[in-house]
Design a protein around this ligand. Structure first.
Ligand code: HEC
Length: 117
């Protein structure tokens, strides 16, 4: 009987710590989006022909190093997921529009990657 109670208690502890771990993991989405930065980095290879990410030097397009640490985009809009996504979707001024070229997942992943720069 006692053995059974101990076992049950053990399971409860195990279960609640698992729940906490999962909750902590979800909170850790520092980017605020659900994208996968590692996958986004692969997708970004097609952007890297025009954008530097490890120097401030401009290629065809502006460097994206520290993008989300900036106040504003080149177009004067605030740097946030919605406005960066808009730039990716619409392109313009020499940047291709990616609205139909990338899936919603690809875009979320690229956004997550851009947050790491
Ligand atoms: C053919 C070259 C080219 C490619 C490929 C390209 N871009 Fe661009 N990108 C540009 C240019 C040029 C601008 C500047 C547009 C402007 O000044 O309005 C720009 C602007 C941006 C900006 C805004 C930067 C700022 O400081 O305001 C972001 C973010 C961006 N691109 C992300 C991407 C992503 C993500 C991809 C890949 C999915 C990509 N670009 C692919 C040329 C490119």
């Amino acid at each position: 009987m006692l053995r059974h109670k101990l076992l049950t208690a053990g399971f409860c502890v195990l279960f609640s710590s698992l729940t906490v771990a999962v909750a902590a993991n979800q909170k850790d989405g520092s980017s605020g989006s659900k994208g996968d930065a590692a996958k986004g980095k692969e997708t970004f290879e097609q952007c890297a022909i025009c954008h530097n990410v490890d120097t401030d030097e401009k290629k065809m397009g502006p460097s994206l190093k520290g993008l989300f640490k900036r106040q504003k985009l080149a177009n004067g809009k605030a740097v946030n997921d919605a406005n960066v996504l808009e730039q990716i979707n619409n392109g313009g001024n020499g940047m291709p529009a990616y609205a139909d070229m990338l899936s919603a997942d690809d875009k979320a992943n690229v956004l997550a990657y851009l947050h790491t720069l």
